[in-house]
Design a protein around this ligand. Sequence first.
Ligand code: ZN
Length: 269
Amino acid sequence: MLKKIDRADNFLALHSVFNCPLCHKNLNAVGRSLACENRHRFDLSKKGTLYFLKKEIKSEYDHEMFEARRELILAGLYEPLLNELRSHCKDKFVLDVGCGEGTMLSLVGLGVGFDISKDGVMMASDYVSDGLEFVVADLTNLPFRDNSVDVILNIFSPSHYDEFARVLKPGGKLIKVIPNSDYLLELRLALYGEANYSNEDVKIRLAEKVNILEEKAVRYVFDLPVALRAKLVKMTPLEWGADEAAKLKLAGNPLEKITVDVTMFVCEL
Ligand SMILES: [Zn+2]
Protein backbone atom coordinates (compact mmCIF):
# COMPACT_ATOMS: atom_id res chain seq x y z
CA MET A 1 0.00 0.00 0.00
CA LEU A 2 1.23 3.50 -0.82
CA LYS A 3 1.90 5.85 2.06
CA LYS A 4 -0.17 9.03 2.16
CA ILE A 5 2.52 11.31 0.80
CA ASP A 6 3.29 8.89 -2.04
CA ARG A 7 -0.33 8.71 -3.03
CA ALA A 8 -0.54 12.48 -3.10
CA ASP A 9 2.65 12.64 -5.21
CA ASN A 10 1.01 10.22 -7.55
CA PHE A 11 -1.99 12.49 -7.73
CA LEU A 12 0.12 15.51 -8.59
CA ALA A 13 1.87 13.59 -11.34
CA LEU A 14 -1.37 12.30 -12.80
CA HIS A 15 -3.56 15.35 -12.66
CA SER A 16 -2.91 18.80 -13.94
CA VAL A 17 -5.80 20.83 -12.64
CA PHE A 18 -4.07 23.40 -10.44
CA ASN A 19 -3.18 26.95 -11.32
CA CYS A 20 -1.39 29.60 -9.33
CA PRO A 21 -3.71 31.67 -7.13
CA LEU A 22 -1.18 34.53 -7.25
CA CYS A 23 -0.52 34.93 -10.99
CA HIS A 24 -2.99 32.43 -12.52
CA LYS A 25 -0.32 30.59 -14.55
CA ASN A 26 -0.39 26.80 -14.60
CA LEU A 27 1.15 25.00 -11.65
CA ASN A 28 3.27 21.94 -12.32
CA ALA A 29 4.71 19.32 -10.00
CA VAL A 30 8.34 19.91 -9.01
CA GLY A 31 9.42 17.34 -6.46
CA ARG A 32 7.10 17.66 -3.48
CA SER A 33 5.82 21.06 -4.58
CA LEU A 34 3.77 22.76 -7.21
CA ALA A 35 5.35 25.73 -8.93
CA CYS A 36 4.41 28.20 -11.66
CA GLU A 37 6.71 29.87 -14.20
CA ASN A 38 6.86 32.94 -11.94
CA ARG A 39 8.39 30.77 -9.20
CA HIS A 40 5.43 30.87 -6.86
CA ARG A 41 5.65 27.65 -4.94
CA PHE A 42 3.22 25.55 -2.88
CA ASP A 43 4.58 22.60 -0.89
CA LEU A 44 2.79 19.35 -0.29
CA SER A 45 2.28 18.83 3.46
CA LYS A 46 3.32 15.66 5.30
CA LYS A 47 -0.31 14.62 5.28
CA GLY A 48 -0.46 15.07 1.51
CA THR A 49 -2.48 18.29 1.38
CA LEU A 50 -1.81 21.65 -0.28
CA TYR A 51 -2.22 25.07 1.28
CA PHE A 52 -3.03 27.93 -1.13
CA LEU A 53 -4.09 30.77 1.16
CA LYS A 54 -1.92 33.87 1.41
CA LYS A 55 -3.13 34.43 4.94
CA GLU A 56 -5.19 32.20 7.14
CA ILE A 57 -8.94 32.75 7.12
CA LYS A 58 -10.49 32.09 10.52
CA SER A 59 -13.12 29.38 10.34
CA GLU A 60 -15.58 28.78 13.16
CA TYR A 61 -15.80 25.09 12.27
CA ASP A 62 -13.54 23.20 14.62
CA HIS A 63 -12.22 19.67 14.93
CA GLU A 64 -15.01 18.51 17.26
CA MET A 65 -17.62 19.65 14.76
CA PHE A 66 -15.93 17.95 11.81
CA GLU A 67 -15.56 14.76 13.84
CA ALA A 68 -19.28 14.73 14.69
CA ARG A 69 -20.14 15.37 11.03
CA ARG A 70 -17.91 12.55 9.85
CA GLU A 71 -19.38 10.04 12.31
CA LEU A 72 -22.95 10.92 11.37
CA ILE A 73 -22.22 10.84 7.63
CA LEU A 74 -20.53 7.44 7.96
CA ALA A 75 -23.55 6.24 9.99
CA GLY A 76 -25.78 7.08 7.01
CA LEU A 77 -27.30 10.46 7.87
CA TYR A 78 -27.09 11.63 4.23
CA GLU A 79 -27.23 8.28 2.42
CA PRO A 80 -30.32 9.02 0.26
CA LEU A 81 -28.75 12.33 -0.78
CA LEU A 82 -25.37 10.68 -1.44
CA ASN A 83 -27.09 8.21 -3.73
CA GLU A 84 -28.44 11.10 -5.82
CA LEU A 85 -24.99 12.69 -5.93
CA ARG A 86 -23.26 9.44 -6.91
CA SER A 87 -25.29 9.17 -10.09
CA HIS A 88 -23.99 12.60 -11.18
CA CYS A 89 -20.37 12.03 -10.12
CA LYS A 90 -19.75 8.59 -11.61
CA ASP A 91 -16.62 8.59 -13.82
CA LYS A 92 -16.31 12.38 -13.49
CA PHE A 93 -13.59 14.61 -12.12
CA VAL A 94 -15.28 16.28 -9.16
CA LEU A 95 -14.44 19.47 -7.29
CA ASP A 96 -16.06 19.57 -3.85
CA VAL A 97 -16.38 23.22 -2.81
CA GLY A 98 -16.44 23.50 0.99
CA CYS A 99 -15.54 19.84 1.49
CA GLY A 100 -15.08 20.15 5.26
CA GLU A 101 -13.58 16.91 6.58
CA GLY A 102 -13.91 15.28 3.15
CA THR A 103 -16.23 12.41 4.00
CA MET A 104 -18.95 13.23 1.48
CA LEU A 105 -16.51 13.50 -1.44
CA SER A 106 -14.86 10.24 -0.41
CA LEU A 107 -18.26 8.53 -0.58
CA VAL A 108 -19.47 9.92 -3.92
CA GLY A 109 -16.60 10.33 -6.35
CA LEU A 110 -13.05 11.15 -7.34
CA GLY A 111 -11.40 14.52 -7.52
CA VAL A 112 -10.35 17.45 -5.36
CA GLY A 113 -11.96 18.84 -2.22
CA PHE A 114 -11.19 22.28 -0.88
CA ASP A 115 -12.13 24.21 2.20
CA ILE A 116 -10.97 27.36 3.95
CA SER A 117 -10.70 25.36 7.18
CA LYS A 118 -7.25 23.92 7.83
CA ASP A 119 -8.76 21.62 10.50
CA GLY A 120 -11.23 20.24 7.98
CA VAL A 121 -8.62 19.64 5.28
CA MET A 122 -6.23 18.04 7.80
CA MET A 123 -8.96 15.53 8.65
CA ALA A 124 -9.85 15.07 4.99
CA SER A 125 -6.28 13.97 4.31
CA ASP A 126 -7.34 10.61 5.79
CA TYR A 127 -8.93 10.06 2.38
CA VAL A 128 -5.93 11.04 0.26
CA SER A 129 -5.54 8.21 -2.22
CA ASP A 130 -5.15 7.82 -5.97
CA GLY A 131 -7.46 10.37 -7.47
CA LEU A 132 -8.50 12.19 -4.28
CA GLU A 133 -6.79 15.34 -3.04
CA PHE A 134 -7.63 18.03 -0.48
CA VAL A 135 -6.48 21.63 -0.44
CA VAL A 136 -6.97 24.77 1.64
CA ALA A 137 -8.04 27.55 -0.68
CA ASP A 138 -10.14 30.68 -1.11
CA LEU A 139 -13.59 30.41 -2.71
CA THR A 140 -13.14 33.73 -4.53
CA ASN A 141 -9.79 32.71 -6.09
CA LEU A 142 -9.84 29.00 -6.82
CA PRO A 143 -6.42 27.41 -7.52
CA PHE A 144 -7.78 25.46 -10.48
CA ARG A 145 -7.29 25.91 -14.20
CA ASP A 146 -9.98 27.13 -16.54
CA ASN A 147 -12.18 24.32 -17.93
CA SER A 148 -10.62 21.70 -15.64
CA VAL A 149 -13.43 19.92 -13.76
CA ASP A 150 -16.53 17.96 -14.82
CA VAL A 151 -18.68 18.44 -11.72
CA ILE A 152 -18.68 20.99 -8.90
CA LEU A 153 -20.32 19.82 -5.69
CA ASN A 154 -21.53 22.66 -3.49
CA ILE A 155 -23.22 21.12 -0.47
CA PHE A 156 -24.47 23.41 2.31
CA SER A 157 -21.69 25.88 1.51
CA PRO A 158 -21.27 29.32 -0.08
CA SER A 159 -20.95 29.79 -3.84
CA HIS A 160 -18.91 31.94 -6.19
CA TYR A 161 -20.59 31.51 -9.55
CA ASP A 162 -18.01 33.39 -11.64
CA GLU A 163 -15.24 31.11 -10.37
CA PHE A 164 -17.44 28.04 -10.84
CA ALA A 165 -18.08 29.04 -14.48
CA ARG A 166 -14.36 29.53 -15.06
CA VAL A 167 -13.18 26.14 -13.75
CA LEU A 168 -16.01 23.98 -15.14
CA LYS A 169 -15.37 22.24 -18.44
CA PRO A 170 -17.80 23.02 -21.27
CA GLY A 171 -20.86 20.90 -20.52
CA GLY A 172 -19.80 20.56 -16.86
CA LYS A 173 -22.39 20.69 -14.10
CA LEU A 174 -22.77 22.46 -10.79
CA ILE A 175 -24.62 20.39 -8.20
CA LYS A 176 -25.79 22.61 -5.40
CA VAL A 177 -27.53 21.25 -2.30
CA ILE A 178 -29.34 23.59 0.03
CA PRO A 179 -31.40 22.96 3.17
CA ASN A 180 -35.20 23.26 2.99
CA SER A 181 -37.42 24.55 5.76
CA ASP A 182 -37.66 21.22 7.62
CA TYR A 183 -33.93 20.47 7.58
CA LEU A 184 -32.93 19.32 11.10
CA LEU A 185 -36.44 20.29 12.19
CA GLU A 186 -36.37 18.41 15.52
CA LEU A 187 -33.06 20.04 16.45
CA ARG A 188 -34.32 23.55 15.64
CA LEU A 189 -37.45 22.93 17.70
CA ALA A 190 -35.45 21.57 20.65
CA LEU A 191 -32.99 24.47 20.65
CA TYR A 192 -35.23 27.39 19.71
CA GLY A 193 -38.81 26.22 20.26
CA GLU A 194 -39.55 27.16 16.64
CA ALA A 195 -38.36 26.38 13.13
CA ASN A 196 -38.75 29.20 10.65
CA TYR A 197 -35.84 28.74 8.26
CA SER A 198 -36.39 29.85 4.67
CA ASN A 199 -34.12 29.21 1.68
CA GLU A 200 -35.98 31.59 -0.68
CA ASP A 201 -33.11 34.11 -0.95
CA VAL A 202 -30.61 31.39 -1.91
CA LYS A 203 -33.00 29.99 -4.52
CA ILE A 204 -33.64 33.39 -6.08
CA ARG A 205 -29.93 34.14 -6.34
CA LEU A 206 -29.22 30.70 -7.81
CA ALA A 207 -31.90 31.13 -10.50
CA GLU A 208 -30.42 34.52 -11.43
CA LYS A 209 -26.90 33.14 -11.81
CA VAL A 210 -27.29 29.70 -13.41
CA ASN A 211 -29.46 27.64 -15.71
CA ILE A 212 -31.21 25.06 -13.51
CA LEU A 213 -31.54 21.76 -15.40
CA GLU A 214 -33.01 19.70 -12.59
CA GLU A 215 -34.43 20.41 -9.16
CA LYS A 216 -34.98 17.51 -6.80
CA ALA A 217 -36.25 17.57 -3.22
CA VAL A 218 -34.87 14.86 -0.94
CA ARG A 219 -36.69 14.44 2.37
CA TYR A 220 -36.59 11.64 4.95
CA VAL A 221 -36.39 10.96 8.68
CA PHE A 222 -33.17 9.38 9.92
CA ASP A 223 -33.13 7.15 13.03
CA LEU A 224 -30.16 8.31 15.04
CA PRO A 225 -27.99 5.48 16.41
CA VAL A 226 -27.96 5.72 20.23
CA ALA A 227 -24.20 6.27 20.37
CA LEU A 228 -24.42 9.25 18.00
CA ARG A 229 -27.43 11.09 19.46
CA ALA A 230 -25.30 13.48 21.49
CA LYS A 231 -23.13 14.20 18.41
CA LEU A 232 -25.96 15.65 16.35
CA VAL A 233 -25.94 18.96 18.20
CA LYS A 234 -22.14 19.18 17.77
CA MET A 235 -22.18 18.92 13.98
CA THR A 236 -23.98 22.17 13.12
CA PRO A 237 -23.64 25.83 14.10
CA LEU A 238 -27.26 25.71 15.30
CA GLU A 239 -26.33 25.34 18.98
CA TRP A 240 -24.15 28.47 18.97
CA GLY A 241 -27.11 30.82 19.29
CA ALA A 242 -29.24 28.66 21.60
CA ASP A 243 -29.68 29.40 25.29
CA GLU A 244 -28.06 27.21 27.93
CA ALA A 245 -31.33 25.88 29.38
CA ALA A 246 -32.42 24.53 25.98
CA LYS A 247 -29.00 22.94 25.40
CA LEU A 248 -29.03 21.28 28.84
CA LYS A 249 -32.54 19.97 28.32
CA LEU A 250 -31.54 18.49 24.95
CA ALA A 251 -28.36 16.96 26.42
CA GLY A 252 -30.51 15.19 29.03
CA ASN A 253 -32.96 13.94 26.47
CA PRO A 254 -31.22 13.59 23.06
CA LEU A 255 -33.20 13.31 19.83
CA GLU A 256 -33.93 9.83 18.50
CA LYS A 257 -34.88 10.91 14.98
CA ILE A 258 -33.93 13.80 12.74
CA THR A 259 -35.46 15.11 9.53
CA VAL A 260 -33.24 15.70 6.51
CA ASP A 261 -34.99 17.98 4.01
CA VAL A 262 -32.88 19.39 1.18
CA THR A 263 -33.09 20.32 -2.48
CA MET A 264 -30.48 19.28 -5.02
CA PHE A 265 -30.10 21.53 -8.06
CA VAL A 266 -28.25 20.34 -11.16
CA CYS A 267 -27.12 23.46 -13.02
CA GLU A 268 -25.25 24.74 -16.07
CA LEU A 269 -23.29 27.97 -15.96
ZN1 ZN B 1 2.33 32.17 -9.87
